[in-house]
Design a binder for this molecule. Sequence first.
Ligand SMILES: [Ca+2]
Length: 323
Amino acid sequence: MSDPASPPRCCMPAGGSPTATASPTCAEIGTPPASRAKPSPQGMVLLPGGEFLMGTEDAEGFPGDGEGPVRPVRLSPFRIDACAVTNDAFAAFVAETGHVTDAERFGWSYVFAGFLPAALRRGAPRPERTPWWCGAEGAAWDRPEGPGSTLDGRGDHPVVHVSWNDAAAYARWAGKRLPTEAEWEYAARGGLEQRRYPWGDELNPGGAFRCNIWRGTFPSKNTAEDGYRGTAPVDAFEPNGHGLFNMSGNVWEWCADWWSTDHGAARPLIGPRGPDTGTDKVIRGGSHLCHRSYCNRYRVAARTANSPDSSSGHAGFRCVAPA
Ligand SMILES: [Ca+2]
């Protein structure tokens, strides 16, 4: 097996088979909660931009990831998908363009070991530091748990096993682009300032589950108390104050920026776009495999990265477009 993808830095995943079935598509979701945001066609939300405080110095955070310092950032208005790109939407892109994903070219992708059939799990290579991931031959966006698996019942779940390259190709096809990291974080914060999650500071306010993460003990026991062991429909749970769904948890989301932990004076604070070059692309939001004990990165300021040809069962994306 070639090694196109650096081993996942973080808790890593794959589709699973959640029990939830059809729920309204993103475009069918009604008006978002009161906020400055306005819904628009094609399931996008217009955000007004302006200045916000990016980053965190939260004691629960990971300073080594470059989560801080907190700094003011100014953005122009833009539109953003209310939900991550679904399997159905990605299927339409592939049907029209014949796009071949990086995982298909390489012949494998990372699948969370617990989601793989035993026969495929045996002998699958595993990264030394994150052995709950298997390099699964034949895993791809339409075969999330390898040969024999399907997307049945998951048309409205986020597409996974897509690399940054695949995400960017989809965005071009859709007449959109990937969000900058600053746009992503501004959107995820939902109009709140310096809160830990898109909805506030408490993980389960009033005992309610607000996102799809690992519940229980990682990586041995997932209680799925939030309703999902694997991915959830893209519009599961309540949206944030901007009307955006699952900005925390469910799947990591690729951003346009190259990775850096230096947000120093050389960086413009107006519409920042990250470094000009790099080796890894930023991913944000955490996934259904994140747990506080190991990968507390479903916080709204948390960040990590991976090489642009990497893919796994817990990373997807959403797009943005001009206002
Ligand atoms: Ca879950």
